[in-house]
Design a protein around this ligand. Structure first.
Ligand SMILES: [Zn+2]
Ligand SMILES: [Zn+2]
Length: 371
């Protein structure tokens, strides 16, 4: 381990709604409780695009990317349970593992885990005198990161890095919405609105959990075909709320037990609630722009005994759930590799954003040299 740090290539966002630029930044070595990881794969997620577009506030300059996997290169003082050479997935909630929420299976809500830990003057990444922030404490659109040890989860070596990266966000979020938020039971029915990486993960999760009927909805027929291969029993091509509602009601006239909204748009959220049967639950998984509002009819909600559930990171406890998802992948029950539509370089993330924004891509994964 060097004491004066190294240089890493990273995609830096300097201004909202401007393209990110690839440049070399100085990175200091890991300090007490921190780990240095060489990235091998980093998924491109809608939350990165939301931040780049200014839908969410952000400090600048920043390195985006929060869905990463790689190899541990160096350890700071006092780091235990992790070794140099370990293969790891990064968690964008650095849960402490000891607080009341962590101990009760709600690590995603750990108060310590949601602090973005790196601000001036301690930022690991620097451009001259200026600190460069890491999105959600990670910033995986970079060759290497220094992150808290609590954000690092070792995984089996036989899980490929591109698959592991997706377990860090899309797959945990989508399957967690099914397992933790909805608590879907065998024989239940479900509709999944939106078949990007998160929606397709919800489809796979619903199959693993034993859903009888899984209706996939998207505007893109190719993504619907993939949803069918991953476990959807029915497909609805819906480009308007009315088209979606008519298509789903044709399959489930009395409504569904669970509706998963993965788009993050108020009209789709409204549709999710409207499609519920008696005692159904709508899980709001997609993250909308700041300030979005939704109108509900509380009498209808009460009379029909329905629930609207907010879902953040799929209610994931990273240490436990990443291990489970790796096991399911290795057993062939969760074919995460099928979600990957494009393997790209760091210089192609902007193009991936464009194609993700208009629904043409399921999941792009940046693959780094050595992967
Ligand atoms: Zn994400
Ligand atoms: Zn905690």
């Amino acid at each position: 381990m060097t004491t004066d740090g190294i240089t890493v290539r990273a995609l830096v966002l300097d201004a909202i709604d401007r393209p990110m630029r690839l440049e070399s930044l100085a990175m200091r070595p890991p300090r007490t409780g921190e780990v240095q990881v060489a990235l091998r794969a980093s998924g491109v997620c809608h939350s990165d695009l939301r931040t780049r577009s200014g839908d969410w506030g952000s400090e600048l300059p920043i390195v985006l990317g929060h869905e990463g996997a790689g190899v541990v290169e160096a350890l700071g003082e006092g780091v235990g349970g992790i070794s140099v050479g370990d293969h790891v997935v990064l968690a964008w909630v650095a849960s402490c593992g000891r607080c009341r929420r962590c101990a009760s299976g709600k690590a995603w809500a750990c108060p310590a885990g949601n602090d973005v830990p790196f601000h001036e003057p301690s930022a690991p990444l620097r451009r001259g005198d200026q600190g460069v922030a890491q999105f959600l404490g990670l910033g995986t659109f970079a060759e290497r990161v220094v992150v808290p040890q609590t954000a690092v989860v070792p995984i089996p070596r036989d899980v490929p890095f591109d698959v592991a990266a997706l377990i860090g966000c899309a797959v945990s979020t989508g399957t967690g919405a099914v397992f933790h938020n909805a608590r879907l039971r065998p024989g239940d029915s479900a509709v999944v609105l939106g078949c990007g990486g998160v929606g397709l993960s919800a489809v796979m999760g619903a199959r693993v959990a034993g859903a009888h009927t899984i209706i996939a909805v998207d505007v893109n027929p190719e993504k619907l075909d993939l949803a069918g291969e991953l476990g959807a029993t029915h497909r609805v091509l819906g480009s308007t709320p009315a088209e979606t509602a008519a298509g789903v009601r044709h399959i489930a006239p009395d409504g569904v037990d669970h509706a998963f909204e993965t788009v993050g748009h108020p009209s789709t959220m409204r549709t999710a609630i409207d499609l519920l049967g008696m005692a159904g639950s709508a899980v709001l998984v997609g993250m909308p722009a700041e300030g979005t509002t939704l109108t509900i009819d509380p009498l209808e909600l009460a009379a029909r005994g329905q629930r609207i559930i907010g879902s953040n990171y799929g209610g994931t406890s990273p240490a436990a759930d990443f291990a489970t998802l790796c096991k399911l992948y290795l057993a062939g029950r969760l074919p995460v590799d099928r979600l990957i539509s494009h393997r790209i370089g760091l210089d192609e993330v902007e193009q991936a954003f464009d194609e993700m924004a208009d629904g043409r891509r399921a999941r792009s994964v940046v693959v780094f040299d050595g992967a």
